[in-house]
Design a protein around this ligand. Structure first.
Ligand SMILES: *Cc1c(COP(=O)(O)O)cnc(C)c1O
Length: 388
């Protein structure tokens, strides 16, 4: 569906994505290939278009969090292998097989269930073994107390019928943090990963696709390249490390000045009357609110970028609108485009002010915000996720 409204929209710069892809591939070296993490609708950027671009650039693999996300990509013609990172009920295996999806396997009992279901469906399910090296979320424990048991269990899993053990991976919890204790912890996680790979190899169990590097590791530990690397946030040009790597933000969230009000001093703006004009003011009313993904915690804290400079958001952000102070920007008028997040107005800074991480802000850009895709400066596609 096409949006007819010039209200609030997200411009997705596929050239920036391509540029980021090339920088990251060069960083990790020719032996390691790109696994595009496109879960959560590619962090709000639009999984179909992002995946198509990554596929055309030569990415090796895609990663999603669940079967519906994988099915969406297959339905749109994605040809790349797709790894399902998350918890998947084994009774979905018939779909996992039908859509040629690779399943992460986090325990022996999960592997047994997948094996049974794959045999029943008459297929062979590709799996990647998930190692828990210190995140304490999913995976075979690789700390001292769990190591030997996990080693035996993984050997048994790899011999189960109905499964093809193609890969093995782990996930870092603090690879994006710079403190000495975080660096030590990342090195410990990596040492556990490497030790398990080596122990498995001594048992004759080898994997063609080993991977561990998320964005933090790509930025801070490019030597953890292995066969695949698995960046999410940095490939979209956001996160604290993106700029230092020369990566460009892929999304620019924009809206327009919907109308301009002249207010006297002392006027109470928005719900709760948390802001009162200190002087006669020009107030811009923008058609963007928290239902579009503009986090309400940014009320009174963030600014939008007008063609003439920044305009602070004043008063509470409403569901569908918010107000900005244009008093100091007399040239700004109705219909002017303004940037909410993007190259002038970093979503990293907005996230810090909202007490969260940029991931949450781009994922929050909602289905009523059309995504408009650009390649070589030209609009190539437009997508609105509302039904009908
Ligand atoms: C989300 C996710 C990634 C990507 O993380 P970033 O921090 O965005 O790079 C990589 N691996 C796994 C297992 C994930 O869940």
């Amino acid at each position: 569906m096409e949006s007819t409204l010039k209200r609030t929209w997200a411009e997705i710069d596929l050239d920036a994505l391509a540029c980021n892809y090339r920088i990251l591939c060069a960083r990790m070296g020719p032996a390691s290939r790109f696994m595009g993490v496109v879960k959560a609708d590619a962090y709000g950027h639009g999984a179909i278009e992002v995946s198509q671009t990554l596929e055309s650039l030569g990415a090796a693999y895609l990663a999603v969090s669940n079967i519906d996300e994988a099915r969406e990509l297959r339905g749109a013609g994605a040809g790349l292998p797709i790894l399902q990172l998350g918890l998947t009920p084994a009774d979905q295996t018939v779909w996992t097989l039908a859509h040629r999806i690779t399943q992460a396997v986090w325990s022996e009992s999960a592997a047994q269930a997948f094996s049974r279901e794959a045999e029943r469906a008459g297929g062979k399910l590709k799996i990647h073994i998930k190692l828990d090296t210190g995140m304490s979320r999913l995976g075979f424990p690789c700390d001292k107390s769990g190591f030997d048991e996990s080693l035996d269990a993984i050997c048994r899993v790899c011999a189960l019928p109905g499964l093809e053990a193609e890969g093995i991976f782990t996930h870092f919890s603090v690879s994006d943090e710079d403190s000495e204790s975080s660096r030590d912890y990342t090195l410990l996680q990596h040492a556990r990963f490497a030790a398990m790979l080596e122990a498995l190899e001594r048992r004759g169990v080898v994997f063609s696709l080993r991977h561990c590097a998320n964005s933090g590791a790509v930025a801070g530990y490019p030597r953890f390249a292995y066969d695949l690397f698995r960046p999410g946030i940095v490939s979209y040009g956001i996160g604290e490390q993106a700029a230092a790597l020369g990566l460009r933000p892929v999304m620019t969230l924009k809206t327009v000045v919907g109308t301009v009000r002249e207010l006297p001093a002392g006027a109470a703006v928005s719900y709760g009357r948390t802001f009162r004009t200190q002087r006669a003011s020009r107030l811009g009313v923008l058609p963007v609110g928290y239902a579009d993904g503009l986090h309400r915690a940014l009320s009174g804290r963030w600014q939008v970028w007008t063609p003439y400079g920044p305009a602070p958001i004043v008063g509470r952000i409403c569901m569908d609108m918010c107000m900005v102070d244009l008093t100091g920007l007399p040239q700004t008028g109705e219909g002017d485009e303004v940037e909410i997040y993007g190259p002038h107005n970093s979503v990293n800074d907005a996230a810090r002010l909202a007490g969260t991480i940029p991931y949450e802000l781009t994922c929050a850009v909602s289905k009523r915000v059309p995504r408009i895709y650009y390649r070589e400066g030209r609009e190539v596609a437009r997508e609105l996720l509302l039904r009908n």
